[in-house]
Ligand binder design. Sequence first.
Ligand SMILES: [Zn+2]
Length: 245
Amino acid sequence: MCVPSIPVSRRYFLALAVTPACPAGFGLWEPRLVATPPGIVLTLDACMGGIDRRILDLLLARRIPATLFVTARWLRGNTETLALLRANPGQFDLQNHGARHIPAVLGTTRPYGIRPAGTKEALAAEVLGGAEAIISTGAPRPLWYRGATALYSPDALTVIAGLGFRVAGFSVNADQGATLPADAVSRRLAAAKPGDVVIAHINQPGSAAGAGVAAGIAALADGGARFVTLAAAEARGEVRPLPCA
Ligand SMILES: [Zn+2]
């Protein structure tokens, strides 16, 4: 996956035979991901709902690159924000968070009580529907997918790979689904190291966690951290799975 002379589609075919993943909650699995230092990859999920301007305005003001994992559902309700993002294509990278925000789990396990895709067909519709929604905005075809809840059944990982998407793990969970207090989120983010791939949420303007995301990113930037989008890091062959803890 690190050989730039190979066409992207072929590269992904080769890279996706297996997605390494680690045991996580609910008896499900999660891939872990890191980048080559010094860049920190901010991946911000936009599951549904709105946009957290505390975070977006900071990113815009300080020209901090970030990757947004968006759903078709979120895109439909946030056309003004989408225009802002698309006006800064080098800064913001749109990747695939699915069509309707359904967990990428085959079978009946419900992570956090959320009904999963259940079948291969439903999962394919979720993954491809998310990608098509991004493409229809005029943005480049997404190459990365992150399922709702970021937990996966092993057979779901195989289905996603077969559809040509890499699964976006992470190495720092900054906000635990936007559930943590601002101070805790800020501390987690500020402790991120060069090469970390951070997950947080940018779709919950009313959450305390969002204030912590903004404060943590600002602290990192103040400390001289460098940021890179997932697409840019991937294009340079600077993204790799992180072994299980
Ligand atoms: Zn989500």
